[in-house]
Design a protein around this ligand. Structure first.
Ligand code: GTP
Ligand code: MG
Length: 196
């Protein structure tokens, strides 16, 4: 269980992020997939990270300190069509520089909408992680939006495509910010990694 969570700082540059002395986990995924909602669900605080029905809400690298022990990071989404090309490439550079250079990053959680068939942009992103040796795991979000069998079938399709790329099944979780599904498993997984 997370007992304490506080917002620290927002940045556009990984070099200005909090000193990399604690293990760090970051949340990424398509705009509107539910990254900020997941931060709030995990920390039991509806207002810690800013959420919105409109994609493109989170635009900076946001650091949260968890239990004085590790950093949780809410990142901007990718694949947001409504921003100009130059803003898009600035965001992409900000995120890729952060992921490639942040020394204390243990893993990036790639959030995937559990309602959808595998999306090209998500597959491209995990392939990019693999090519850049950035450890990642998957979080299938919004499981409350459809029945269990629909979620399962979308998850299995995504895992199958991942296996074709990596030769093994990535670690994954199924979550809902609405019902709290997956919360305890995900926190237990991260806390275990933090202790190592
Ligand atoms: P950006 O910051 O724009 O990249 O989006 P984000 O990935 O941070 O998404 P955010 O958490 O702001 O959520 C987007 C919308 O999805 C909001 O309207 C949330 O209420 C909704 N949402 C997020 N997670 C869930 C979930 O698990 N279940 C349901 N039903 N809605 C969710
Ligand atoms: Mg957000």
């Amino acid at each position: 269980m997370i007992k304490k969570a506080s917002f620290l700082i927002s940045n556009t540059d990984y070099r200005k992020c909090p000193s990399p002395t604690k293990p760090e986990f970051a949340f990424i995924g398509r705009s509107n997939v539910g990254k900020s909602s997941l931060v709030n669900m995990l920390t039991n605080n509806k207002n810690l990270a800013k959420t919105s029905g409109k994609p493109g809400k989170t635009q900076l690298i946001n650091h949260f300190l968890i239990d004085d022990n590790w950093y949780m990071v809410d990142l901007p989404g990718y694949g947001f069509a409504k921003v100009s090309k130059s803003i898009k490439s600035t965001w992409e550079k900000m995120i890729s520089d952060y992921l490639k250079n942040r020394d204390n990053l243990v893993a990036v959680a790639v959030l995937v909408d559990s309602r959808l068939d595998p999306q090209k942009i998500d597959i491209e992103f995990i392939t990019w992680c693999g090519n850049n040796e950035i450890p990642f795991f998957l979080i299938f979000t919004k499981s409350d939006k459809q029945g269990k069998s629909k979620t399962q079938s979308n998850v299995q399709k995504f895992l199958q495509e991942s296996i074709e790329i990596f030769g093994e099944e990535p670690q994954y979780f199924i979550t809902s910010a609405q019902t709290g599904e997956g919360k305890e498993e995900l926190i237990a997984f991260i806390e275990n990694e933090v202790q190592d």
